[in-house]
Write a protein that binds this ligand. Structure first.
Ligand code: C2E
Ligand code: CA
Ligand code: CA
Length: 630
């Protein structure tokens, strides 16, 4: 009886227990204990337990007892309940053992409380009727085999210490009932089995992510007391996907099992080796000096790199490893994340290597995370801007059009140039909505100029496209809508893709470009000459204009090589019936050479840099720039 009463003691905190309340509790406890010792049928015991608990807690509450289901491993069954409306009771008789509040009590082996928020996922047996709840574990033979849960039906009723004590007492009584029962052993086995399956990876039988995090959390607590080092090694196999692709999933799985075996063999028994999923493994080391963990990681890289023989097949894998040392107050998730970042860095810097996480990595990541978050809102908050850089006809000195160049007016950062955020936007896919905004905005601005400014009545606009936009199935609609809503004629819109982008996947690019061209827009190949793509590709891509890269223009007046390349590009483009444009023209000398070479369209600081829309008009009114003939 001592065992059951620890929960009842009011303890130092003020408690709403009354003498009558305590007497009522004692009476119920002893009645149920008598029933247990007289071997009453289990169901009767369970019913008595939930009924007594619900009565003592008071009206407006429901109490349920859930136990691991022998017939359905991984599930728990509601075996008794009191105070429940019948429909709620029949609604959720069984559920996965890890679900909801019960799942937490099960896993943490502790009493857990949940207040009003997120009710539905917390307490499935009482679903949306419950405003607050708590759950306490029920044990059999030292293992958690079930839970008693309390649901409160009124929103203003918070669970308090008295509720916690009561639920705990009745959970202890349920444990007592089970321990005394013949079925204890099998329930224990089922529970142990379930526990193992929810904490281990089925392929390698290594601890899974949640267990790794648990162990790491324990290690961190211990380290706090003993001041010892905890280190996480994040191990990722390099290009493992190709193993699956080339040899199939069978050998792929066998290779993973072998890697798991090698890892376990290489570390000390006290260290945890886990599999996070896919080809990601983790080692948690305790009490190993930092320097030695690097040696260990390097040994692991070597060990994994030894050939794996499977059924006459020989595979050689490599691994990239990130190391993170636990810093004070860091959580298990944070350390794992840090090690993951370091692993990523190991991949970036060439794979098959070890990288230790450091503060610089942290600040770079934080910077990226900040920027990504801010960028996500840049469109809605109206922070994106377009600047326009004119393009001139060299023979006639008229402004043919302009290129829309993206800027980000980021609060507290000023006007951010595209090089600082477009790559991140491409990586995260944000370039798709951002690019759609650019297309819409550029069309709108230029259509307005064409209507309102006589000198600009035939102005065209170029818009830069990223690869990610080109592979987006929505692009054609975006362009069509932008033309329709602005009223800009299709042939006044030029879309620029860089040569390198186009070369990434010529077939896809060609198909996407053909579809765009079907709308009547014109297409330009940007930064031409830098992609080593050779001129022959030009014939395969449906483009109208080639923009010679700035790097050739820079040396045009001084370097015969650049001059030769530009000459070749101009001739070839002409032969293919394409227009040629030179970008980055900064000096009169460059301009003269381009004139000699018969390059008809030019763009560059000499003739005007990118400007905000209101400044474009002002520059236009101040006349054509130096070097053109107008
Ligand atoms: P780009 O398409 O090659 O654009 C030309 C870049 O060269 C612009 O830089 C422009 O300001 C700069 N430039 C123009 N004339 C001269 C010159 O005479 N000398 C020098 N040194 N530079 C000159 P910006 O605006 O910083 O844009 C950089 C790149 O960012 C662009 O290169 C383009 O690849 C990308 N970008 C800009 N806007 C967008 C956009 O809306 N979408 C996408 N996907 N990329 C964009
Ligand atoms: Ca461009
Ligand atoms: Ca360019």
């Amino acid at each position: 009886m001592g065992h059951s009463t620890d929960g009842v003691a009011p303890g130092p905190q003020p408690s709403p227990w009354t003498v009558e309340g305590l007497e009522a509790l004692m009476e119920r406890i002893s009645t149920i204990q008598q029933q247990i010792s007289h071997r009453a049928p289990t169901q009767q015991l369970f019913d008595a337990i939930t009924t007594a608990c619900a009565e003592l807690i008071g009206p407006g509450c429901i109490v349920g007892l859930r136990l691991a289901d022998e017939d359905a491993p991984g599930e728990v069954r509601l075996v008794a309940a009191s105070g429940l409306p019948a429909e709620a009771m029949f609604g959720a008789i069984s559920q996965p053992m890890e679900d909801g509040l019960a799942g937490m009590a099960f896993r943490d082996e502790a009493i857990v409380t949940r207040e009003a928020t997120h009710l539905t996922d917390a307490t499935s047996f009482v679903n949306d009727v419950t405003a607050a709840a708590l759950a306490a574990p029920v044990h059999a033979a030292g293992r958690v085999v079930g839970t008693i849960e309390l649901g409160v039906l009124r929103e203003d009723r918070h669970v308090d210490d008295r509720d916690r004590h009561l639920v705990r007492v009745f959970a202890d009584l349920a444990s007592l009932a089970l321990n005394d029962h013949d079925a204890v052993e099998s329930v224990r086995r089922v529970a142990a089995d379930m526990m193992h399956r929810t904490t281990h990876d089925p392929l390698t039988d290594l601890p899974n992510r949640s267990m790794v995090l648990d162990r790491l959390t324990f290690a961190l607590h211990r380290a706090q007391r003993t001041d010892q080092a905890v280190t996480v090694l994040f191990i990722d196999l390099d290009r493992f996907q190709t193993v699956n692709e080339v040899y199939g999933h069978g050998p792929g799985d066998d290779a993973l099992v072998e890697v798991a075996r090698r890892l376990r063999e290489a570390v000390r028994p006290a260290d945890t080796v886990g599999r996070l999923g896919g080809d990601e493994f983790v080692v948690v080391c305790e009490q190993v000096p930092e320097r030695n963990t690097i040696d260990l990681a390097e040994r692991l890289v070597e060990f994994i790199g030894e050939p794996i023989i499977l059924d006459g097949l020989e595979l050689t894998l490599t691994a990239s490893i990130g190391i993170a040392h636990a810093a004070p107050a860091e959580t298990a998730e944070e350390i794992l994340w840090n090690a993951d970042i370091a692993m990523y860095r190991a991949k970036e810097t060439g794979r098959a290597r070890v990288v230790v996480f450091d503060d610089e990595m942290r600040s770079r990541i934080m910077h990226r995370v900040d920027m990504e978050q801010a960028l996500r809102h840049a469109i809605d908050r109206g922070e994106l801007r377009l600047h326009f850089q004119p393009a001139w006809s060299l023979p006639s000195g008229t402004m043919l059009g302009c290129e829309a160049l993206l800027r980000w007016q980021r609060p507290e950062h000023g006007l951010v140039p595209p090089a600082a955020f477009v790559p991140l936007a491409e990586e995260t896919g944000l370039i798709v909505p951002i690019g759609a905004w650019v297309i819409g905005e550029a069309c709108m601005q230029v259509a307005t100029w064409r209507r309102d400014v006589p000198e600009l009545s035939s102005m065209r606009v170029s818009v830069n496209l990223a690869m990610r936009q080109l592979t987006d199935p929505g692009l054609v609609d975006v362009v069509r809508d932008a033309l329709a809503s602005s009223g800009l004629p299709a042939d006044a819109l030029w879309l620029e893709i860089t040569e390198t982008t186009a070369m990434e996947d010529v077939a896809t690019t060609a198909a996407a470009l053909a579809e765009l061209r079907g709308l009547g827009v014109r297409l330009a190949l940007d930064d031409f000459g830098t992609g080593y793509s050779s001129l022959s590709y030009l014939r395969e891509l449906p483009v109208d204009i080639v923009k010679i890269d700035r790097s050739f223009v820079i040396n045009l007046a001084t370097d015969p090589g650049s001059r030769a390349i530009v000459t070749a590009i101009v001739h070839l483009a002409r032969a293919l019936g394409l227009d040629v444009m030179a970008e980055g023209v900064e000096t009169l000398e460059q301009l003269e050479v381009l004139r000699e070479l018969d390059c008809h369209i030019i763009q560059g600081f000499l003739l005007g840099g990118p400007e905000a829309p209101e400044d474009v008009l002002r520059s236009l009114r101040s006349g054509a720039p130096a070097g053109t003939d107008a």
